[in-house]
Design a protein around this ligand. Structure first.
Ligand SMILES: NC(=O)c1ccc[n+]([C@@H]2O[C@H](COP(=O)([O-])OP(=O)(O)OC[C@H]3O[C@@H](n4cnc5c(N)ncnc54)[C@H](OP(=O)(O)O)[C@@H]3O)[C@@H](O)[C@H]2O)c1
Length: 217
């Protein structure tokens, strides 16, 4: 059984990752900005940690829960899609700043805080998106796409810096969450169970979709 840390478990994909891993018997640590309304996860045995991925004090917060714990998988799931209610031809700088703050600096902050607890060959999973692919890029979603492309490059750099671990960039598909919207093509449980299989199978740095297919950079 594995020990798994997941960010952004309050809803959506992160919440489902926590549920599925806990129900499979793994030890799950879930980070969320607010722990209210998460009794369901507690009842499943998920150990909840209050935290914002952008908080410079995250290291101190994690010490209380993780000292003496070995982590096998760290899932950087928390993310934002700013400006989504408008056609962001040119994104406002606030939207761009927020996207970088949460989608790029957030995962970096988490990796730096969690790295000391990771087992050798442990996996850092970064929730990216096909919208980060320069090769496959269309218009729209500019601040989001640009921040996730930066996350892809950051992850490649982290793989070089932390060669004891495996870094994976995963596109979950277009999923019916608050972010994906109800018009999305995938149900949350299917997207997450597919990603869990892909995480199990992957053993080297890659940018993959939920089914394990390579995405062009
Ligand atoms: N849904 C899709 O179709 C889709 C497609 C491609 C990629 N993704 C990626 O998959 C990941 C999860 O997406 P989702 O669809 O589940 O999104 P979501 O429904 O909007 O949920 C986002 C989660 O991230 C948390 N979060 C946001 N900012 C945070 C912060 N600063 N610190 C801690 N937690 C924070 C939210 O917490 P609060 O409740 O506190 O706001 C929430 O739990 C994201 O990285 C997203 O970019 C999703």
């Amino acid at each position: 059984m594995k020990r798994i840390l997941i960010t952004g478990v309050s809803r959506g994909i992160g919440h489902e990752f926590a549920l599925q891993y806990a129900r499979a018997g793994h030890t799950v640590y879930g980070i969320a900005r607010s722990l209210s309304n998460l009794q369901g996860l507690r009842d499943e045995g998920v150990q909840l940690i209050p935290g914002d991925v952008t908080d410079p004090g995250l290291d101190e917060i994690l010490k209380h829960s993780l000292t003496g714990v070995d982590i096998d998988i760290c899932i950087n799931n928390a993310g934002v899609f700013p400006n989504r209610d408008r056609i962001d031809i040119i994104p406002e700088s606030d939207a761009m700043r927020l996207a970088f703050e949460v989608n790029v600096l957030g995962p970096l902050n988490v990796v730096k805080a969690v790295e000391k607890y990771m087992v050798k060959a442990g996996k850092f999973v970064m929730l990216s998106t096909s919208m980060a692919s320069i090769a496959g890029s269309g218009g729209g979603g500019i601040s989001y796409s640009v921040s996730k492309t930066a996350l892809n490059m950051l992850t490649k750099k982290l793989q070089h810096s932390y060669s004891d671990y495996v870094f994976l960039l995963l596109h979950p598909g277009w999923v019916k969450t608050d972010m994906g919207g109800q018009g999305a093509s995938l149900e949350i449980p299917y997207a997450v169970s597919s990603m869990i299989e892909t995480i199990d199978d992957a053993d080297s740095f890659a940018y993959l979709d939920y089914k394990g297919e390579l995405i062009p950079w």
